[in-house]
Design a binder for this molecule. Structure first.
Ligand code: SAH
Length: 240
């Protein structure tokens, strides 16, 4: 008690210091409130219920994955341009694809279509084995930079044609394709484990597409869930 009288300023600073921590943390990440609102208003309100997925989207700094001039809109309820004519998906779609992929700790996951790297970062919150590939090297380079700066060192990136999957790392527990294909790429089906999940939008470019969740069951893909969506097109080999 006597200390209060002997070191009043020190004690006051210590007490205030305790109260300041949350405020200081807020200052360090002024986007936390927007992220929390995104989770409740866009994800939970639409039925995303996997707690690990909700925590992941509540944690990954989406504003770091969009061009700086668009950072203020990063948590809005829509896709945003990321350069090279590509887009970062709407938060709800990222959450839904992650939930449908049923990623457990230790699962090996492949994402086709790295884009900004945001979906890969969300997946990295769910497992430590994330592989992501994009056909546009400039996007891979930029995504790598952001992922490294955020310490997502466990994510392996590669520039190449994801239509062919990543044979050297196959098989995968889950594969997510974040661009619309005209059909399931045969290599991706082959590289999925028995019981594995494939989440992929199928349909013509720029028009009505459907997001599918397949599960490999007795060596074949069984369709389990669908949702109407719009994605940028997957670059596919000609005459496939
Ligand atoms: N998942 C990304 C958004 C992806 S946009 C994110 O979180 O930001 C779709 C991406 O698919 C684009 O970056 C595009 O370059 C890539 N893409 C298109 N065809 C591809 C192919 N055949 N192989 C790999 N990536 C492809």
């Amino acid at each position: 008690m006597a200390a209060i009288f002997r070191f009043p300023v020190l004690i006051a600073l210590l007490v205030l210091g305790c109260c300041w921590v949350p405020a200081a943390a807020q200052e360090l990440d002024p986007y936390q409130q927007l992220r929390d609102q995104m989770v409740t208003r866009q994800l939970m309100a639409r039925g995303i219920s996997d707690a690990r997925v909700l925590l992941a989207l509540g944690k990954v700094p989406r504003h770091r994955f969009v061009p700086e001039r668009l950072a203020a809109y990063a948590y809005d309820d829509h896709a945003l341009p990321i350069g090279s004519g590509q887009t970062i998906s709407q938060p709800y779609i990222v959450a839904l694809m992650s939930e449908w992929a049923e990623v457990k700790p230790g699962d090996k996951v492949l994402e086709v279509g790295t884009g900004s790297g945001y979906q890969a970062a969300v997946l990295a919150e769910l497992t430590d084995k994330v592989f992501t590939i994009d056909i546009r090297p400039e996007l891979v380079a930029e995504a790598e930079k952001v992922l490294r700066s955020l310490n997502y060192s466990q994510i392996k990136t590669k520039s190449g044609d994801g239509y062919l999957g990543w044979p050297l790392e196959a098989p995968f527990d889950a594969i997510l394709v974040t661009a619309a294909a005209s059909r399931v790429p045969p290599a991706l089906e082959a590289q999925l484990k028995e019981g594995g999940r494939l989440v992929i939008p199928l349909g013509p470019a720029g028009r009505a597409q459907t997001l599918y969740r397949y599960r490999k069951t007795q060596g074949k893909l069984a369709e389990e869930k669908t949702l109407p969506v719009i994605f940028v097109p997957l670059v596919e080999p000609e005459g496939k």
